[in-house]
Design a binder for this molecule. Structure first.
Ligand SMILES: Cc1cc2nc3c(=O)[nH]c(=O)nc-3n(C[C@H](O)[C@H](O)[C@H](O)COP(=O)(O)OP(=O)(O)OC[C@H]3O[C@@H](n4cnc5c(N)ncnc54)[C@H](O)[C@@H]3O)c2cc1C
Length: 464
């Protein structure tokens, strides 16, 4: 059953080809979900392969008032790709060409459906990489990376998607073609619409091409694992590591609850009394590596350190990382239902965050497991609850609300890399003041006067 006009579907088929427009509910169903596990089926799904088709599709949606959601590969975790009002899902997955590789200028131009890993593979042929490294790199698109300002461990040294995109070609919600940013690494000409569109969750414009800033591949990498007696001593070490002159390319944190899970669900060996664990990765020239390891090791040593291990070979590094990587499968085993947040606090306040989370866990009787990108203060907070347990089911959301209050009180923010989507839109008022929020809504209206592009995301519906 479709709620969109038949004439609209006919015109869409003319633009995209009949074989590229789906209206059968069974075909549309998979395009109603993402990794948030929420679902709302669209009325139609269309595949674009050119910028001109995207432009024409947005214009048709405006003409017939059809809600429109751009989609990469649906790996987002906050429901941002779910067509909550039905309408049309425009899949960009077939717009996956690498448009240009300019090694001399460290620039690559790509279409939005290009998979992150395909970008890394192409860049590597020329001695480069593109820094955003979400764990989902093998199956998420650069369009999704841009819309959610995706990142990963490497953001600590190399920045997030925002710092690694020079310019965009996009189609606004109104149906206008725009060109933002520069081809150069410097430029101050007009407002920075590139940074505005990055992280806007597909609510302002549909990206049809991106100019990416590449970075030379490091010659060498080294990994260290440091185990501490407590979160406080580990967090103090994070501050020490971040204030010595070598910036790690990753500085990951795992708390005591997560260590306990790793112990129970993997073969990783960790010293008794471990209260927190840090994984540190360094990269750079081979000649500089020993001195870099020494500098970070000196910073890592101190009160509460139980064990410091440095890998010299790839195999040893893989073994050290196995502890951190055991977490996701362990989490899946222990708690089928979890609220997985990616809050950020200033690095120096991580101990207060973890202490506060332990208190909330006790108060609401919900196990909370924390790990993440300590160097950025970006901690993945996992509320593990069982829907079959009525007390936990009742307490999970109120506990989450208190988690957000805690994060904001510590000078932090609600999301470091996953975005707001539908999952966190009801909390945005707590993070952003009313005047600033109104300016954001006015910007949205300017890009998308009819409010058709990814409606009801980021802001609560009444405020959009
Ligand atoms: C196992 C797993 C691990 C993950 N690890 C990480 C991680 O380490 N770091 C991290 O940051 N994220 C991570 N994610 C989240 C997710 O993979 C990223 O946010 C990714 O960027 C989403 O890309 P996608 O192509 O799947 O986008 P989708 O989920 O399809 O869409 C996400 C948003 O982008 C919009 N969008 C898509 N294409 C366009 C376009 N061309 N123009 C405008 N808007 C568009 C959509 O409307 C939607 O709002 C992980 C997800 C999974 C499942």
């Amino acid at each position: 059953m479709t709620d969109i006009p038949g004439a609209f579907v006919d015109q869409l088929k003319e633009v995209l080809g009949a074989e590229n427009v789906l209206t059968d509910p069974a075909d549309c169903w998979p395009y109603g979900q993402d990794n948030s596990r929420k679902h709302h089926a669209p009325d139609a799904v269309a595949y674009a392969t050119t910028h001109a088709q995207v432009l024409e599709t947005v214009r048709l949606c405006n003409q017939d008032n059809v809600p429109l959601v751009a989609r990469g590969r649906g790996t987002g975790t906050t429901g941002s790709a779910i067509p909550v009002r039905g309408g049309l899902v425009l899949s960009l997955e077939r717009m996956d060409r690498i448009v240009g590789m300019d090694a001399a200028n460290r620039v690559m131009r790509v279409e939005p459906g290009t998979i992150n890993q395909a970008i890394q593979d192409e860049a590597a042929k020329h001695g480069y990489f593109w820094p955003p490294d979400p764990t989902s790199a093998g199956y998420c698109t650069v369009g999704g990376n841009i819309a959610l300002n995706a990142a990963g461990p490497r953001a600590l040294k190399y920045g997030t998607t925002r710092e690694n995109v020079l310019g965009l070609v996009a189609v606004t919600g109104k149906g206008d073609e725009i060109h933002t940013g520069t081809y150069t690494t410097k430029g101050v000409v007009g407002y920075d619409l590139t940074r505005l569109i990055i992280g806007s969750e597909g609510t302002l414009a549909i990206v049809t091409e991106a100019t990416l800033r590449l970075t030379p591949l490091p010659e060498s990498r080294r990994t260290l694992q440091a185990v501490y007696a407590s979160v406080r001593t580990a967090a103090t070490a994070v501050a020490r590591i971040m204030s010595q002159p070598i910036t790690p390319c990753a500085l990951e944190f795992v708390d005591a609850a997560a260590i306990e899970m790793i112990r129970n669900y993997s073969k990783a060996t960790l010293p008794k009394g471990a209260g927190a664990l840090l994984m540190v990765e360094l990269d750079g020239s081979e000649a500089a590596m020993d001195a870099a390891v020494e500098s970070v090791s000196i910073a890592a040593r101190g009160d509460g350190l139980l064990n410091l291990a440095a890998a010299r070979t790839r195999e040893e590094a893989a073994e050290l990382w196995a502890t951190r990587k055991a977490l996701s499968p362990a989490l899946r085993n222990i708690a089928p239902n979890k609220l997985n947040e990616d809050v950020v606090v200033p690095v120096s306040r991580i101990p207060e965050l973890i202490e506060g989370l332990e208190n909330l866990s006790r108060e609401y009787r919900i196990p909370i497991v924390n790990f993440g990108h300590a160097g950025n203060g970006n901690i993945h907070v996992n509320l593990l609850y069982d829907t079959q347990n009525p007390e936990q089911e009742k307490n999970a959301r109120p506990c989450l609300s208190r988690v957000f209050d805690l994060v904001l009180a510590l000078g932090g923010t609600l999301s470091g890399e996953h975005g707001i989507g539908v999952e966190k839109r009801d909390y945005i008022n707590r993070a952003i003041d009313p005047v600033t929020l109104e300016l954001m809504r006015a910007i949205k209206r300017q890009f998308d006067p009819k409010g058709l592009l990814n409606p009801d995301k980021v802001f609560p519906p009444a405020q959009a």
